[in-house]
Design a protein around this ligand. Sequence first.
Ligand code: SF4
Length: 324
Amino acid sequence: MMKAIALISGGLDSILAASLVKKQGIEVVGLKFKIPFCSNKHKGVSDFGIEIKEADICDDFLEMIKKPNYGYGSNMNPCLDCKILMLRKAGELMEKYNAKFIVTGEVLGQRPMSQHKKALAAITKRSGLEGLILRPLSARLLEETIPEKEGWIKRDALLNFSGRGRKQQIGLARDFGIKEYAQPAGGCLLTDSGFSGRLKDLMEHEGLDRDSVELLKLGRHFRLNDTAKIIVGRDKRENEQLLSMAAPDDYLFMPTDKLAGPTSLGRGDFNKELISLSCAITCSYCDIDGISAADIIYRRISEKEDRILRIAPIEENKLLSIKI
Ligand code: SF4
């Protein structure tokens, strides 16, 4: 049986594209990429009957995002380079899955940066898969691909969707009986301005690695100087996560048992002054109603010895000026 790899993002379009190809009797392997910035979850076998395989491209993604060839979108989203990377990786897996072509859910004109005709052509060319990328939702508006020319798939049964509207996709989902799907790009943190600001700050200071990127997803972030930052947990779950993610050179700050408040994680070079500042920031988020100062415990993880500093909260203006 003819086989194809379909890129599955979790959004509706990729599911519809895969389903359209499957309907033509092609065996479809759904490929979901793990990147450090997306949170869409997938079951092993989806309820639309396509088995999902996962491929981890986190390291390649972190390398690519430092200097994307086509730049960033309105936030830190390097959509064109992201698509090229995913297609390249899918291309490398074609032999493993015995697949003859690749299917994507891209719709012509749906996104200004990455889905106009020129962008789709550039993505195809730069991925090294010319003629082998089928975009079933817009295929009839695009150049014929090898699967269509060779008669592996009927062009007439493919679609001519274009633009940002969602009506046609929602109608098609109803026809296919597909009820659950994520919003387009809803799971990508790179389209979020707050997250993008924190990512930019990290790239300009400590640099990117998987662990530091995971920390960006938690808490409130404060830049103390060029080599030090602190992350303040926003609830019990984040406090516990920060605790579990602390590395031997990190610092922890938290109130004593007498006071409710956050756990903060300090990363970088800390001197006495920065320790005081971090204690004051942590104190600002403690339940200090009517109290002018509080005891904040701090320790360097590798030293295991708790110290206590009695300190007043930091002024709100100062707090806001160092918030990332
Ligand atoms: S929104 Fe995020 S996951 Fe989607 S193409 Fe852009 S960078 Fe990649």
